[in-house]
Design a protein. Structure first.
Length: 385
């Protein structure tokens, strides 16, 4: 067996969700929303399932969806993308995998930032890439010139960045992205920009795609996910957008991972991407309301939260909340003794983990959040005086 995969432990997400199910705990761990998906997108896909083709669609995605992706980014992000730059995949996860496979050769150095989304490193390693790990530092989790100076080397071939960032809930500012772009250009590196959370940003922020920065369109692969955009994480429809020659290589990798993605879901997503911008504003407002309700509730229960600029996660600082144990200890006891599941942030590190922060998901119905807040308060009493 290949130890890269054979030796991967059960993820913390499965472990915590399993415990939450078994113990009937409130699950604020795994990041799936329990409200807010658009019925008309589901109906469009249902109609396509019954009335449309159920055979292999075109390998790079149905024309309607590839066009819709281009139109969507022109309207929402002022990003000009040509249809032949778009490869439709089975979720953001596959877009990431196909992109890494298209770029990384044995021995290539790949820069990855911790906390790191869990799919990146095994695929980089399977391609023979050599990961170089850098870390964002709490509580601000900023991209700084110093961090980039010590992380990039003359051998950096690819840098993988996630913005907005799961789990730290940052939407990186334009100043930070400019620093990153300058480093990519200086080192002639390609950027794989995981932007699956692009629509979930708060407080009037606009998502800035990395590809829109000067000099970056020709060296950036942008990854998107309909599962995130429409709050339907089970759909697994995503895409990679790359400069044309790179898009061809990404498509060639995609061809032998899944080949295609269900055509009916692609039709639903094509329809959804064309919805009025007001739909996306309303979605953000709903998540912002859940965020504000949850942040007020956990603050009243004595927890100290870090700012939430994007995504539907919040990071909680344990010592600042008067809790003097590490994140794993807190999460294990919280789920067993107080009936609430959270994710320890150390799970997102491979080296030098941060061990004093929790990740909680607030994309839940009001009653789930209320129960979660009550149980978190009980969990805090297990540790705080
Ligand atoms: N990247 C990040 C940062 C994510 O949070 C997720 C979903 N949790 C993905 C990629 C995967 O997206 P999809 O479900 O479309 O495969």
């Amino acid at each position: 067996m290949n130890p890269i995969f054979a030796d991967l432990p059960t993820t913390i997400f499965e472990h915590m969700s399993g415990l939450a199910r078994e113990l009937q705990a409130v699950n604020l761990g795994q990041g799936f929303p329990d409200f807010g998906w658009p019925q008309d997108v589901i109906e469009t896909a249902a109609r396509a399932l019954v009335e449309g083709s159920n055979q292999y669609p075109p390998m790079r995605g149905i024309a309607e969806l590839r066009r819709a992706v281009c139109d969507h980014y022109r309207v929402h992000q002022q990003l000009e993308v040509a249809v032949d730059q778009v490869i439709v995949t089975s979720g953001g996860t596959e877009a990431l995998t196909a992109s890494i496979m298209a770029v990384v050769k044995p021995g290539d150095e790949v820069l990855v930032f911790q906390p790191v989304y869990d799919s990146y490193l095994p695929i980089v390693r399977a391609c023979g890439g050599v990961p170089r790990l850098a870390s964002f530092a709490p509580p601000n989790w900023r991209i700084t010139a110093e961090l980039l100076d010590e992380s990039f080397t003359e051998r950096t071939r690819l840098v993988i960045i996630n913005n907005p960032h799961n789990p730290v809930a940052r939407a990186f500012g334009e100043d930070e992205l400019r620093l990153l772009a300058a480093a990519c250009i200086r080192h002639d590196a390609i950027a794989l920009s995981d932007e699956v959370w692009e629509h979930i940003v708060f407080d009037r922020r606009r998502h800035a795609p990395l590809a829109s920065l000067p000099g970056m369109a020709e060296r950036t692969i942008k990854v998107g996910s309909a599962g995130k955009i429409f709050s339907m994480t089970g759909w697994k429809v995503g895409w990679a957008i790359a400069p044309t020659s790179l898009a061809r290589a990404v498509g060639n990798a995609h061809q032998f991972i899944t080949f295609t993605t269900p055509p009916n879901l692609q039709s639903g997503v094509a329809f959804g991407l064309g919805k009025d911008p007001a739909h996306f504003d309303a979605m953000r407002a709903t998540f912002a309301e859940a965020r504000d309700f949850f942040l007020a509730g956990i603050a009243a229960a004595g927890f100290s939260a870090m700012p939430v600029e994007g995504t539907y996660f919040v990071c909680v600082d344990l010592p600042a909340s008067g809790i003097d144990v590490d994140d794993v200890t807190f999460c294990e006891r919280a789920v067993r003794e107080a009936g609430v599941a959270a994710i320890p942030i150390s799970a997102f590190f491979e080296q030098n983990p941060v061990r004093h922060v929790l990740r909680l998901c607030f994309a839940k119905k009001r009653e789930t959040l209320e129960a979660g807040i009550e149980r978190l308060a009980a969990a805090r009493r297990l540790f705080a005086g």
